[in-house]
Design a protein around this ligand. Structure first.
Ligand code: KG4
Ligand code: ZN
Length: 349
């Protein structure tokens, strides 16, 4: 079938995302976030996220349908994130998707959130339909957010995605949020560190690059670790405070940001080189980071690698990327899911 009309539901973390696509054309992308409700806890609280999804889902579906100018009856299918993510949060989206599919008598596609992030790159809006080349295979994808830090080898979006590595402790965005807290910056910390770092010296403090030493690279070539880096920043800040000296916040932020960027891109470019893949796709909320974007451009240019960064509204968690992946599955002739599927918080790619 050509260009199926698909509604995608994403509730794996704190964003209630509803997207509607026709093939690779983006028709609407409605996002409601419970971020503000988590701020005073310094991180996403699963129970609060799940309850917020329940409140936001129906209004978000109505808004997306209105914006796309379609009727629910026109849909060819429903796509929904069934994992990985927060169990309770996922269950709200999965339950809603099943209810919608049954009520409308439409097929349903249960999809993987991480693969969805890659699918985001396929989407073109009606207005700028021709400005980008379509996604080519194979490609290496680096996905970095508050919930995941994963490196994927994508040979085919719907049939051949391989997880090369992931974080063994904190996600990169989580590390930004925790370090921001150490520096008394508000949540979410990533944008704050990014802002403060602009006035700092990235070479002021040499923070450790987790899993980047030769011995670590042998066993964890494509894995990430940020907890040692975070501890190192904490120790530096404590030492200054204990000595009654001011904490050089801008330099700490800049040096920390530099370390994270260095770790992420060293691993991603190693994967490109090892697999002979001249393409790197970035996704996830941390992609908003200015230094990451800058250094990614520099290093991929130098290595002759094509860098792809979807618009930020499609990099952070959203329903459109899930709908896009659903549409690809339909176009590739995949059968829909049976209604028995559940939410799987640790779903592999
Ligand atoms: O994809 P996303 O919106 O959703 C979740 O993971 O829930 O990513 C949010 C994460 C947060 O940890 C936030 O601090 C981080 O992305 N982030 C950033 C920046 N903007 C958002 N990290 C570094 N630099 C930024 N400019
Ligand atoms: Zn995500």
């Amino acid at each position: 079938r050509t260009d199926p009309l698909v509604l995608g539901i994403e509730t794996s973390c704190d964003e209630t995302g509803i997207g509607i696509v026709r093939g690779t054309t983006l028709l609407s992308n409605t996002i409601a976030s419970s971020m503000d409700e988590h701020a005073r806890y310094g991180g996403v609280v699963p129970e609060i996220a799940a309850r917020a999804h329940l409140d936001e889902l129906v209004p978000a579906i109505n808004a997306a349908v209105a914006e796309a100018g379609i009727r629910l009856a026109d849909l060819d299918a429903i796509a929904v994130t069934c994992g990985p993510g927060l169990s309770g949060a996922l269950m709200v989206g999965v339950g809603a998707a099943k209810a919608l599919a049954v009520a409308l008598d439409k097929p349903i596609y249960a999809v993987n959130h991480l693969v969805g992030h890659v699918g985001a790159d396929l989407l073109r809006s009606d207005i700028d339909a021709s400005d980008t080349e379509p996604l080519e295979y194979p490609t290496i994808a680096l996905l970095v957010s508050g919930g995941h830090t994963s490196l994927l080898l994508v040979r085919d979006l719907v049939s051949d995605v391989e997880l090369l590595g992931e974080t063994i402790d904190d996600a990169a965005g989580e590390a930004f949020d925790k370090v921001a807290r150490l520096l008394s910056l508000p949540y979410p910390g990533g944008p704050q560190i990014d802002r403060v770092a602009a006035d700092g010296n990235p070479k002021a403090i040499r923070f450790p690059r987790g899993l980047s030493q030769p011995k670590d690279m042998a066993a964890h070539r494509y894995d990430f670790s940020f907890s040692g880096l975070k501890t190192s920043v904490a120790r530096f800040v404590e030492q200054r405070q204990d000595a009654g000296e001011p904490v050089p916040t801008a330099d700490v932020a800049a040096s920390f940001r530099e370390a994270v960027v260095d770790i992420l891109l060293t691993k991603a470019l190693a994967a490109c080189a090892d697999y002979g893949v001249p393409r790197l796709l970035l996704g996830g909320g941390v992609i908003a980071n200015h230094r990451l974007r800058h250094v990614a451009t520099e290093r991929t240019d130098a290595a002759g690698i094509a860098l792809r960064i979807p618009p930020l509204s499609l990099c952070t968690d959203n329903g459109a990327m899930i709908a896009a992946l659903g549409a690809q599955l339909i176009m590739a002739g995949h059968e829909p899911s049976t209604l028995e599927f559940g939410a799987d918080s640790t779903l592999p790619v």
